[in-house]
Design a protein around this ligand. Structure first.
Ligand code: PMP
Length: 296
């Protein structure tokens, strides 16, 4: 078990993960009523460690919790401090950070008032690797946002992503691209999607997608570099004839896409706007302009 010897945070304590057993009556295990975040820390060019967009991630955690009627018993800055302390305890600089808010024992569907706060950190390479991906249009749809809030990272909601991932891998693809319930392209199993056509970048608008923090960073970087970015709905047929495409996400960072179903994108990855943004993103997350924290 690779995670069991890591030092984790759990309800006020820092300890080895194996010492904290799950409660089999946790409501989150049974019904998926819980929320989480995916965050990355980077070693900065100055030699410090910076948790990228730390405030935004912990704020989103709070909003996700509020969306499923959970109140987190800690403030954003307390959560940030826990994350930095975990990096120190585990002697990590470039690392992934996973906060999870899960509920205590309760077998009804009314959310338990017993709220548990877990946070762990470990070294994790790019979630989908570095090579341009073969992507399939999933037979699974993203849920109707009236079924539950699309903008929240709810543990139970990830069954949709898991089914799409399994299907794609079984069929020999690297990743899934899911449509929304109206048939428009939405997002990957755990990433936002962009494509390039005639020098313009397109990405689905907020509504049926998780509003990715990487997505908004990339949109800002693209605009700063003078690229045109349009947020608009589009059908999958559009993707049969495009110049380039890529996924964005905290765990994934920026990764190119080579084919969508049987249609290859026109340009080599190195000649796309996505490639330029991939390089920029790697510099940006390590730049001094990010909030920096030095481990002493
Ligand atoms: N969509 C989904 C469904 C996700 O799980 C993620 C990962 N959090 C993203 C998009 C990308 O979001 P972010 O850039 O904030 O990590």
């Amino acid at each position: 078990m690779i995670y069991q010897n890591l030092i984790i945070y759990h309800n006020g304590r820092f300890d080895k993960a194996y010492k904290i057993g799950p409660n089999p009556f946790s409501q989150t295990l049974h019904y998926g009523i819980g929320v989480f975040e995916g965050i990355r820390a980077y070693k900065t060019i100055e030699g410090g460690v910076s948790i990228f967009k730390s405030k935004e991630h912990f704020e989103r955690l709070k909003q996700s919790a509020a969306a499923v009627n959970i109140k987190i018993p800690l403030q954003t800055d307390e959560l940030e401090q826990i994350a930095y302390r975990l990096l120190i305890e585990n002697k990590l600089t470039d690392a992934y950070i996973r906060p999870l808010i899960y509920l205590g024992e309760e077998m009804s569907l009314y959310p338990s008032a017993q709220v548990n706060v877990f946070m762990g950190t470990w070294q994790w390479g790019k979630y989908l690797g570095d090579k341009p991906l073969r992507v399939m249009i999933s037979s699974y749809e993203r849920p109707n946002p009236k079924a539950y809030p699309a903008q929240a990272k709810i543990t139970g909601a990830y069954i949709n992503s898991s089914l799409a991932t399994f299907e794609a891998r079984q069929k020999g693809f690297d990743e899934a691209l899911l449509l929304d319930s109206q048939g428009f392209v939405a997002e990957g199993a755990g990433q936002n999607f962009f494509y390039e056509k005639n020098g313009t970048l397109y990405t689905p608008p907020i509504g049926n997608i998780l509003p990715g923090i990487t997505r908004s960073t990339i949109m800002q970087l693209a605009k700063d570099l003078g690229m045109r970015v349009k947020e608009e709905l589009f059908k999958p047929e559009v993707l049969e004839n495009i110049d380039g495409a890529f996924f964005t996400g905290t765990a994934t960072e920026v990764v190119g896409i080579h084919t969508i179903d049987r249609y290859p994108v026109k340009l080599n990855w190195e000649n796309t706007l996505g490639f330029v943004l991939q390089q920029e993103y790697q510099q940006f997350v390590r730049a001094e302009s990010c909030q920096t924290y030095t481990i002493i």
